[in-house]
Design a protein around this ligand. Structure first.
Ligand code: NAP
Length: 508
């Protein structure tokens, strides 16, 4: 059974009653609908006067919990004292809800008074094999609300939390813990979960994987999420560094689109990728409409979608970084890495892609970024020379796309009109380095493009500006590729300036 208004609950994990009171006010000021007083975190059990004092000042609804160690909590004392404390807290109220673990016999439950009873179960090791039966038993219990939290062993399993919320006959809070379960916390509102937890700050979480209140309400647009929200995300491993959530959520905010973009940690391996995709597509009500794909899953995405449903150049590059999912579950794969780079270049040169034909381009590097750019340049018939530290890699890439290959230190001898750096040289912290140094830029050069965006102003770009050349930045490329994703998914023009500003803020 779903709840019309999902509560954003802030767990209070302070060690003293006084600190808990301070945090309670701060949590409410940051937009928590409910605070969970985690009495098991307190160094000393409070007396009635302290409880009355604390609860009388609560600016938001209060959930009382004293989690025993057997359920992943901090309370190691006697069960009798623990249940006695819960009963006292309810009496000293006002208390909106009290949490009772499912393994407590109903005859031992404290008298709830005006409070609603949350019947809970926690599994910090795995997703219970009998999850459905467990929640069915909660439905049949004397409790008012069901709560189940588990640690998924893979990202696909995390989605089971939504299944039980949808199937239960009572208001239910179901969530998957840890980074793979973040989706279940952030989309709780979409599925009418009874609540979801967000901590006051990153060190105050009561269970792994909780976003902070500021992240939930800011970065992830908690308040804008509802039943019809379209879901987007970035798939990769690791994923916590990704700028995707900031840039795409800012874009959705700016255009007023009912959409959310989440980080989706999918462990390495094609089997993990496929398992998640199968699980997500088997749940059309999830509303998954698009995915950015990053390391190590770009090749897996191409294999999963199949060449026939992927952009021709994405197939040649061998990597899909953008998946678009239609309302009927049809998949399409694209590579906006190449599109972002080529369009950034053409925009600055004020030419069409077709006008790249015949121009001499030297690409420095032979890794993933170089591969996408070389494939696109060759496709548009530019004359490409690949220069790389490891010459054999340059030769292999050049052979594949019909280009020339040279060692990196011969880059200046290639007489290019356009130089594109796709190596990591000049990237923070090595900001004093340039891939063309100490040699001056070749006199033939008219355009310098550095794909490195951290720092924004690389030494190579400075060298180009000092010579009065046209410069293209890694930021131009990055914003363009994200904008191309937005356009693929929505069919609308992206709010490029908002996206650029968001990346700049993140980088600065
Ligand atoms: P990658 O696959 O690991 O390739 C790294 C490349 O850099 C290889 O060619 C490598 O040469 C070369 N390299 C690394 N350190 C070097 C050094 N000290 N001296 C000489 N060559 C060196 O990485 P990638 O994914 O292609 O990324 C490369 C760069 O592109 C990164 O700096 C990244 O910031 C940038 N990038 C930008 C965007 C954007 O949107 N703006 C997107 C993707 C990537 P060897 O083959 O000899 O090892």
């Amino acid at each position: 059974m779903t709840e019309s208004q999902t509560k954003l609950i802030c767990p209070l994990t302070a060690r003293t009653i006084e600190a808990m009171r301070v945090d309670m006010l701060a949590a409410s000021a940051e937009g928590a609908d409910m605070v969970e007083c985690r009495l098991d975190f307190l160094d000393a059990l409070p007396d009635d006067e302290q409880l009355r004092d604390l609860l009388a000042q609560a600016p938001a609804e209060v959930l009382i919990t004293c989690r025993p160690t057997r359920q992943g909590g901090q309370y190691a004392g006697s069960e009798q004292h623990r249940l006695g404390l819960l009963a006292r807290a309810v009496r000293c109220g006002p208390v909106a809800a009290v949490d009772i673990e499912q393994d407590v016999p109903p005859e031992d439950w404290p008298e709830p008074g005006q409070a609603r009873t949350v019947v809970s179960h926690h599994d910090f090791d795995c997703c219970p094999a009998d999850l459905d039966e467990l929640v069915a038993a909660m439905d049949a219990s004397a409790g008012d609300i069901n709560k189940v939290a588990f640690a998924p062993t893979n990202a696909a399993e995390a989605l089971r939390a939504f299944d039980v919320v949808r199937a239960s006959t009572k208001p239910t809070l179901a969530l998957a813990m840890g980074p793979m379960g973040l989706i279940t916390r952030l989309l709780a509102r979409k599925f009418g979960c009874w609540g979801s937890f967000a901590s006051l700050h990153s060190k105050a979480e009561s269970a792994p994987g909780q976003p902070t209140l500021a992240e939930a309400r800011g970065l992830y647009r908690w308040d804008a999420i509802g039943p019809a929200t379209e879901v987007f995300g970035v798939i990769g491993c690791p994923i916590s560094h990704s700028m995707g959530p900031a840039i795409h959520n800012a874009a959705f905010e700016a255009t007023g689109r009912d959409a959310a973009y989440l980080p989706l940690l999918i462990q390495p391996g094609v089997e993990n990728f496929s398992r998640f995709m199968d699980a997500a597509l088997a749940r059309p009500w999830l509303g998954l409409r698009g995915l950015s794909v990053t390391i190590p899953h770009k090749e897996h995405a191409l294999a999963y979608i199949g060449q026939a449903n992927c952009d021709e150049l994405a197939v040649r590059i061998g990597a899909v970084n953008t998946i678009t999912i239609s309302p009927t579950g049809q998949l399409r794969g694209d590579n906006t890495d190449y599109a972002g780079a080529i369009d950034a270049l053409c925009d600055k040169m004020n030419i069409t892609r077709q006008a790249l034909a015949g121009r001499a381009v030297t690409v420095l590097g032979a890794g993933g970024a170089a591969r996408a750019i070389v494939a696109a340049l060759s496709h548009y018939k530019a004359g490409v020379t690949v220069c790389n530290r490891t010459v054999a890699r340059a030769q292999a890439l050049a052979r594949e796309f019909g280009c020339q290959a040279r060692p990196l230190n011969e880059a200046c001898q290639t007489d290019p009109e356009i130089i594109i750096n796709c190596t990591a040289i000049g990237m923070s912290p090595n900001v004093a380095e340039s891939p063309i140094d100490p040699a001056p830029l070749p006199t033939s050069a008219k355009v310098v493009f550095d794909t490195v965006y951290n720092p924004l102003q690389t030494k190579l770009l400075t060298q180009g500006q000092e010579r009065g050349l046209t410069t293209v930045t890694g930021l131009d490329m990055f914003v363009n590729q994200a904008g191309a994703q937005y356009e693929r998914w929505t069919g609308e023009k992206p709010p490029v300036e908002v996206m650029r500003k968001t990346v700049l803020e993140k980088l600065e």
